[in-house]
Design a protein around this ligand. Structure first.
Ligand SMILES: *Cc1c(COP(=O)(O)O)cnc(C)c1O
Length: 396
């Protein structure tokens, strides 16, 4: 394994964490193996007493392909360690379940991915963890909710689908003042433009299904942070409860890191072109993009994020009927509930990803029937803008 700590990011993305087998392969090998053999019974006994350095015993605990992926992600994030999980939700579940117990108090932003909200409100609440949900944009609300016995603060740094931005450093400072841990679901900020650890996150969680794979193939997730937390309670919980990523998926993700920053940069460029191109469109009530001056938190976004991200939202005038007309008229964009793919995707959150929310909760989160989420892929930005404009021509 190489010492990558003084390499620049582009070099780390290609080389960090590489483990070569005795064959000296150029491209990282996939170790599609459940178990590992020992030369002697004494070696087996010893490894079960203490796993040293680059040793493995079972793929649910760890695997060389996963270790390469974890070390490369940790290097890119500026984290000490990582644990790769079967999906983004396995990672969120692992981060939350391994670190809290009955009687603990969690403060979380309300604008969360639906499954994250389920873990907090349904699962953790069932085990006697107290949850307080706040409007993540409102620092006074965080201040009022965080108590001397708060154990954890959880938030999505940029929310889905309406791209609200949280002042992470301010919230992390409040949490740390009472000794609470800060866990950040950082998908929308992207791993390329992450500021989470710098701003004070103790753990950063990604659904690597999104920008890391970035090509719509494999599910995955990762928990990144301080070594004593990741290799301590997080790893113990995940290796015993079966949350590990498959070595095949880890290999796909690892190879995808070679190009992740290039892809995300191109997708951010496209998001800017689309946000600028649609900004004053007469068929839209608004365009929401953290990198555009019209975003209500543009100043914060500019200070905190290096770029505005790969996703924007628009509000089509005329509600669901006109939004559906628009979606159905698109030719390059595909209708799907996923995002951060090399193929551009549109989503109508009110009737799909956020359908199960009560109408008043949707309204609270700004998810009207006219909102369409646009995930920018790797196609030509001019073609994509033309596709959106001609589909908007069909709207009344
Ligand atoms: C997609 C997503 C998840 C869940 O990830 P999966 O890989 O689908 O399990 C969690 N949080 C955010 C913000 C997401 O976008």
């Amino acid at each position: 394994m190489s010492n990558s700590s003084n390499w620049s990011r582009r070099t780390q993305a290609v080389h960090a964490g590489t483990r070569r087998s005795q064959y000296g392969e150029v491209s990282e090998a996939i170790f599609l193996t459940q178990g590992f053999v020992y030369d002697t019974a004494e070696d087996a006994e010893q490894r079960f007493i203490q796993i040293e350095g680059d040793e493995f015993i079972y793929a649910r605990y760890g695997n060389p392909t996963l270790a390469m992926f974890e070390d490369r992600m940790a290097a890119l994030e500026g984290a000490e360690a990582g644990f790769a999980c079967a999906s983004g939700m396995a990672a969120v579940n692992g981060a939350l379940m391994s670190l809290v117990k009955a009687g603990d108090h969690i403060v979380s932003s309300r604008a969360l991915f639906g499954s994250c909200l389920y873990i907090l409100e349904d699962i953790l609440a069932r085990f006697g963890v107290e949850i307080t949900l706040v409007d993540g944009r409102d620092l006074d609300a965080w201040k009022a909710a965080i108590r001397s016995d708060t154990r954890m603060v959880f938030l999505e740094s940029v929310s889905n689908p309406v791209l609200e931005v949280i002042d992470l450093k301010a919230v992390a400072d409040m949490a740390h003042a009472v000794g609470a841990m800060v866990v950040v679901d950082n998908v929308f900020a992207t791993p390329t433009y992450s500021y989470a650890i710098e701003a004070g996150a103790d753990l950063v969680v990604y659904s690597t299904t999104k920008h890391v794979d970035g090509q719509g193939r494999c599910l995955g997730g990762i928990i990144l942070g301080k070594r004593d937390i990741v290799r301590g309670p997080v790893e113990a919980y995940l290796k015993h409860t079966g949350g590990a990523m498959s070595p095949f998926n880890a290999w796909v993700m690892l190879k995808s890191l070679d190009t992740m920053d290039l892809r995300i940069d191109a997708q951010c460029d496209t998001a800017e072109v689309l946000a600028n191109g649609l900004a004053d469109h007469p068929k839209l009530n608004k365009v929401v993009y953290p990198g555009h001056p019209s975003h209500p938190q543009y100043a914060l976004a500019k200070r905190q994020c290096k770029r505005g991200g790969t996703v924007l939202a628009i509000e089509v005038k005329g509600g669901k009927e006109e939004a559906f007309k628009f979606l159905n008229a698109l030719e390059i964009f595909t209708i799907s509930n996923n995002f951060a793919d090399s193929k551009s995707i549109v989503t109508h959150p009110a009737t799909t990803t956020h359908q199960r929310l009560k109408p008043e909760h949707r309204a609270e989160l700004g998810i009207s029937d006219g909102i369409v989420r646009i995930s920018c892929g790797l196609e030509d930005a001019g073609d994509l803008l033309a596709d959106l404009q001609s589909a908007l021509d069909t709207v009344a």
